[in-house]
Design a protein around this ligand. Sequence first.
Ligand code: APR
Ligand code: PHB
Length: 389
Amino acid sequence: MRTQVAIIGGGPAGLLLSQLLHTNGIDTVLLERRTREHVLSRIRAGVLESGTVALMQQAGVGERVNDEGQVHEGAVIAAAGRMQRIDFSKLTGRHVTIYGQTEVTRDLYEARDAAEAVTLHECAGVKPHDIDTDAPYVTFLQGGKVHRLDCEFIAGCDGFHGPCRQAIPEARRTEYEKTYPFGWLGVLSETPPVASELIYAGSERGFALCSMRNETLSRYYVQCALSDSPEDWDDDMFWDELRRRLPEEVAANLETGPSVEKSIAPLRSFVCEPMRWGRLFLCGDAAHIVPPTGAKGLNTAASDVHYLFQALKAHFQNKNDALLDSYSTDALARIWKTERFSWWMTNLLHRYPEQTPFDIALQNAELDYIAQSTAAQQALAENYVGLPY
Ligand code: APR
Ligand code: PHB
């Protein structure tokens, strides 16, 4: 088997890259470890930067997000006794779009079907070879047989636990990591959202987030201990805890119902440098992770896809490799700024086990500063809606 770009991993990064290349006449084969049903059953965040929506449009999957995505022109920070709306439109002239990552993935798979693009599911033991030569290839096991896929480039879109990052020699790879001493317990419920915009809440009992997928489907989170498991939290406990962390007037409006999904995610910041080794290019969670507080997971994956797509297009269409050579530097420059923002939002709103009264006073001072300073609100808003590519 031969293709121009072998893509490892069929999450949002791999799917979006493949679709963009396909619409520009560049051939790809996508190898995914799990079934399509499994990939589509993962519930992830749902806030899209306008750059991410623009990429979807370029990839030919902009129709449903245009029709069904909700434009949000602001969000609320509820902490230190006040509800502060951050007016994205006024402060930046831009907005975000609420549209679940699961829907992004579904749209991309449907577009692949229509384009008859090659997706191989349930590939085991996927391994990149000879990435530092001009003739890289990938081997994998599927249907009881070992296959070989020859290619010109390999895109490692295989998420945090995939094999691609490890293919960069350990001695030449630097990994930066920060773990946080808490997790997020998330609940999806078929109830109308408590408010029309997202509410990020900081409280003495810890962080909480009110988010949504549409008018009848809500997504809520509370900060929890890393040792907790979802079975420790029945629905009533979850709703009670959420109410306690929200301003009274918000809690009074909360409509509760049975959870249709409940899960706990640990929080982590992680960056791998470089993001390229020879003909292997890392994209998305394979190279970096952000804590979910700034809603940047999918958007950082889309950002890498933007740079890699432009670079591969310049290579195949104009025989120009300048963007391939600067891919790692270009992608990382934006990633580190997003890492900083996600870390900052996390620190601003969570309770830490070892936090001193001094630390809490600083959090309150920062919240007060945001409430009083248009410049501070603007800094928050321009990061939240997404920095330019
Ligand atoms: N072989 C083939 N595919 C693999 C392998 C492997 N060895 N290991 C992992 N994969 C697949 C996973 O099954 C998954 O479908 O790679 C895909 C990676 O997808 P994501 O983890 O979603 O990562 P990415 O596409 O970079 O998207 C980043 O999506 O999942 C969220 O939290 C994530 O919001 C972030 C964004
Ligand atoms: C979500 O809707 O799941 C969501 C929204 C915003 C975040 C994180 C998650 O910051």
